[in-house]
Write a protein that binds this ligand. Structure first.
Ligand SMILES: [Zn+2]
Length: 135
């Protein structure tokens, strides 16, 4: 999950898109009784600015498989999530943005963060699931 910024600049590839698959650890899944099946497909669109700052927009898609949060029936959901533009800067004391060394830009932390934000609070078998019926 590395963008070689210096190499991209040498090729004048100031904007572009890369895709890769990310296999998250099971503890990256927040919902109990759920898992991500087949890994996360990540697409990163980047733009390198003149001051060496880099803007990245991540798109994550994956299949969340598990049990309905209300009734425990087996269910699954396709998740697609697009981040706001993320800024990578070279200033070490910038706490609002991601930091990189101006050369190798590691997307790992941003992808982990995006995966966290992308997850729904509940996984439901259907929109209006009423939960387990108790008569
Ligand atoms: Zn349900």
């Amino acid at each position: 999950m590395i963008l070689e910024i210096k190499k991209l600049m040498a090729r004048a590839a100031y904007t572009g898109e890369i895709s890769f698959d990310y296999q998250p650890p099971q503890d990256a899944v927040m919902l109990p009784l759920c898992r991500i099946e087949g890994g996360v497909k990540v697409t990163a669109n980047y733009e390198i600015f003149e001051d060496d700052e880099v803007e990245v927009i991540l798109k994550l898609s994956y299949r969340l498989v598990g049990q309905c949060s209300y009734c425990l029936a087996d269910t699954e959901k396709e998740i697609e999530y697009i981040t706001d533009p993320l800024l990578f800067v070279t200033a070490r004391d910038d706490y609002d943005n991601y930091v990189f060394d101006g050369n190798r830009l590691d997307l790992s932390q941003a992808v982990k963060d995006a995966l966290l934000f992308s997850q729904p609070e509940v996984l439901l078998c259907k929109q209006d699931c009423k939960g387990i019926k108790i008569d």
